[in-house]
Design a protein around this ligand. Structure first.
Ligand SMILES: C[S@@+](CC[C@H](N)C(=O)[O-])C[C@H]1O[C@@H](n2cnc3c(N)ncnc32)[C@H](O)[C@@H]1O
Length: 314
């Protein structure tokens, strides 16, 4: 049996999940309780590594792969429509790392990022957009709006990554959101989401992973088998013993792939293709290569993409 895939550890958190923001019954909690363990200097407490750290930076280092995602999404699109997508809407964009990678990838690419919370948007503007050339940054628009009501020009690609839509816990709410996505895509447009699951995602458990000079901890805190409600945290630990506990907290519903496929179809999408991750035969570990699949072997912990096409010429 394989461990939680690296990809799950990689993807299960993103810097946008903070702000203590209320969304109906769902809250993204801005945690980040800093545990001091060390003092330095002559009795005066020095700053611990945890106190000096920027949670967005830790997060990006630990869990994001925007450049890889841009390539994957482009190929998903080309496979259906035989041309290259240029316009993107990134829902729940947080710090807009994906949008930044998107405009960097080609001089004609444009992106609109939508997020309710001004904090990750500001951080993203300063750091992710700040690293772009002015001409690249001009091709990104960031909107501080609700993804369910944000009106934007129809895009080739709409992404909602890092399981963000899991916060819509009711079927009607998720369907409503999927319909909104459908309406904001061109006829030859795709909506790409990710999902995770498997028996290990329904257990209380902690996974630790070393990243550079800190340790990333994915903490599956609770899971309710009746409602599929799950609460998870991310903690960071440093080599001086200091910690950022509950740097990010997620309260969401674990949706299953059949539920998502059916809802996408009900929202009007002509097809929904599951991209399933392959396995490295020598190690029996997930290999980071996702391909369209109709069926899969049992898997204790998986991450997959769903690609919903508004129209599907195939
Ligand atoms: C899991 S994070 C998203 C991470 C982002 N996709 C990334 O890859 O960094 C969830 C984000 O969704 C935002 N959010 C939650 N509900 C929202 C809503 N209804 N409309 C817009 N943004 C929302 C939060 O502010 C937070 O930044």
């Amino acid at each position: 049996m394989r461990e939680l895939p690296e990809r799950l550890k990689l993807r299960l958190s993103k810097p946008g999940d903070e702000g203590g923001m209320q969304l109906g019954a769902h809250t993204f909690v801005n945690g980040g309780r800093i545990r001091r363990k060390r003092t330095s200097g002559r009795g005066r407490p020095g700053l611990t590594l945890a106190e000096r750290a920027d949670r967005y930076v830790l997060y990006q280092q630990a869990v994001q792969d925007p450049e890889g995602d841009v390539v994957r999404v482009r190929r998903m699109y080309e496979r259906i429509y035989g041309r290259t997508p240029r316009t993107l809407r990134e829902d729940f964009c947080g710090t807009a790392a994906f949008s930044a990678a998107w405009v960097k990838a080609h001089r004609e690419n444009r992106a609109i990022g939508v997020d309710l919370d001004p904090d990750p948007l500001d951080w993203g503007r300063r750091h992710n957009l700040g690293k772009l050339r002015p001409e690249q940054a001009r091709r990104i628009t960031l909107l501080q709006e609700d993804v369910r009501t944000a009106r934007t020009p129809k895009a080739d690609v709409l992404v909602a990554f890092n399981f963000s839509f899991f916060l819509f816990k009711q079927r009607a709410a998720l369907l409503d959101y999927f319909r909104h996505c459908y309406a904001h895509l061109k006829n030859d447009g795709i909506f790409v989401i990710d999902a995770y699951g498997g028996p290990e995602s329904m257990e209380k458990r902690r996974e630790r992973r070393r990243v550079g000079n800190f340790t990333y901890i994915w903490d599956q805190h609770s899971y309710d088998p009746i409602t599929h409600d799950a609460s998870c945290h991310i903690h960071f630990e440093f080599r001086d013993g200091s910690k950022i506990e509950r740097a990010w907290t997620y309260h969401w519903r674990l949706w299953t792939i059949p539920e998502l496929s059916e809802l996408l179809s009900e929202a009007g999408f002509e097809s929904a293709t599951v991209y399933w991750e392959g396995t490295e035969t020598s190690t029996n570990e997930p290999n980071g290569i996702f391909r369209p699949r109709k069926r899969a072997e049992e898997d204790p912990a998986w991450v997959a993409y769903l690609v919903a096409a508004k129209t599907d010429p195939r």
